[in-house]
Design a protein around this ligand. Structure first.
Ligand code: UT7
Length: 323
């Protein structure tokens, strides 16, 4: 039997606090118009002090489990993508396993920065297709607000907090058609977040643990790389651009998203955009956008959806799903 990974449930969580461009422009030298024109962002959500990546992940995961009518005990694997784990260890996935009260499953984190959710989906798909797992819970959860320097206008305007979840189950019907993931460590210095406690260089030991980004250089590589992954994904499935119903991109910059849509000859009406009110939630962004479009009825069963992301590393990837 051919086994596919079918999406049987989705979930999402956004913290309550809304932080607008207007509010940020009171503390750093920026403006609502600059931020909106250059990025497409108007506001982002900021987690409360008591919230963590695992607490947000739990809310998103419970929604996905409920949507898939799945007993937590039936989960074989939990994969959490995060760049902001509650602790260095145990993994956020183990903390989530504990929160969900699951005794017998495997749980581990994936670190691929903003591409984390696609990497996690790809791993989940391999386990399901091989017959090694029947149900896999994939979560992306991020507290970006705690690793941005709120005095650095070039990064603090970009990011937000949140968690997205997706539950996959083995199926004889189509589900995930293919996943494609890539990494290139050559670009490590263009976008990174140091870990001063364990860094080997004095320079990084003296830095605070904040995101550092050479934005315009990242932008150029992101646009080119995402164009290439679109071709790779279509070619692998012998599919034409016109067969894709929805694009669910990583939400970093509306100009990057528009370039990918143009490459696909897709109207922006076929692109799920959450950026305006959520900013860049790193590994949560694709899962949050997917959840939103499933829940509001835009993405329908049987439709073909292209998920893609690009992030630090660099890492990049895509997943083509017949929902
Ligand atoms: O999610 C992971 C992957 N990340 C990305 O894909 C992010 C990719 N990069 C971007 O989205 C864009 O490069 C940014 C939105 C980060 C920046 O936009 P940009 O059009 O590339 O601007 P820039 O960095 O080239 O800066 C242009 C000018 C500079 O001033 P000068 O040197 O021209 O005088 C900056 O100092 O804009 C200035 N600037 C700002 N001005 C007002 C930078 N940040 C701000 C700001 N408000 N917040």
């Amino acid at each position: 039997m051919i086994r596919y990974s079918r999406v049987i449930g989705t979930g999402g969580y956004l913290p309550e606090e809304i932080r607008t461009n207007e509010q940020i422009s009171r503390t750093v030298d920026t403006s609502d118009s600059w931020i909106f024109e250059r990025t497409g962002i108007k506001s982002r959500r900021i987690a409360a002090p008591h919230e963590t990546s695992s607490s947000m992940a739990e809310i998103a995961a419970r929604q996905a489990l409920a949507a898939g009518a799945c007993d937590p005990e039936d989960i074989d694997i939990i994969i959490v993508a995060t760049g902001t784990p509650d602790r260095v260890y145990p993994s956020t996935a183990c903390l989530l396993q504990q929160r969900l009260g699951i005794k017998n499953c495997v749980a581990f984190d994936v670190q691929a920065a903003c591409s984390g959710s696609i990497f996690a989906l790809s791993i989940a798909d391999q386990y399901i297709k091989s017959g090694a797992a029947k149900k896999v819970l994939v979560v992306g959860s991020e507290l970006c607000s705690r690793i941005v320097d709120w005095t650095d206008r070039s990064t603090c305007i970009l990011f937000g907090d949140g968690a997205g979840a997706l539950l996959l189950a083995v199926s004889a019907e189509t589900g995930i058609l293919s996943t494609h993931i890539h990494s290139d460590g050559e670009y490590e210095d263009l976008l990174y977040c140091p870990n001063p406690q364990v860094a080997a260089t004095l320079h990084e030991q003296q830095q605070a643990g904040y995101i550092s980004m050479r934005g315009s250089e990242v932008f150029k590589v992101a646009v080119n790389t995402l164009e290439r992954i679109v071709d790779e994904t279509l070619d692998a499935n012998n599919m034409d651009k016109s067969e894709i119903d929805w694009l669910v991109p990583h939400q970093a910059n509306i100009r990057i998203i528009a370039a990918t849509a143009k490459k696909l000859k897709m109207s922006m009406d076929q692109v799920v955009v959450t950026l305006e009110t959520q900013g860049n939630t790193s590994s949560a962004s694709v899962l949050l956008a997917f959840n939103e479009a499933v829940r509001d009825g835009r993405i329908q069963r049987g439709q073909v959806v292209l998920l893609e992301a690009f992030g630090a590393g660099f890492t990049w990837g895509s997943a083509l799903i017949r929902y």
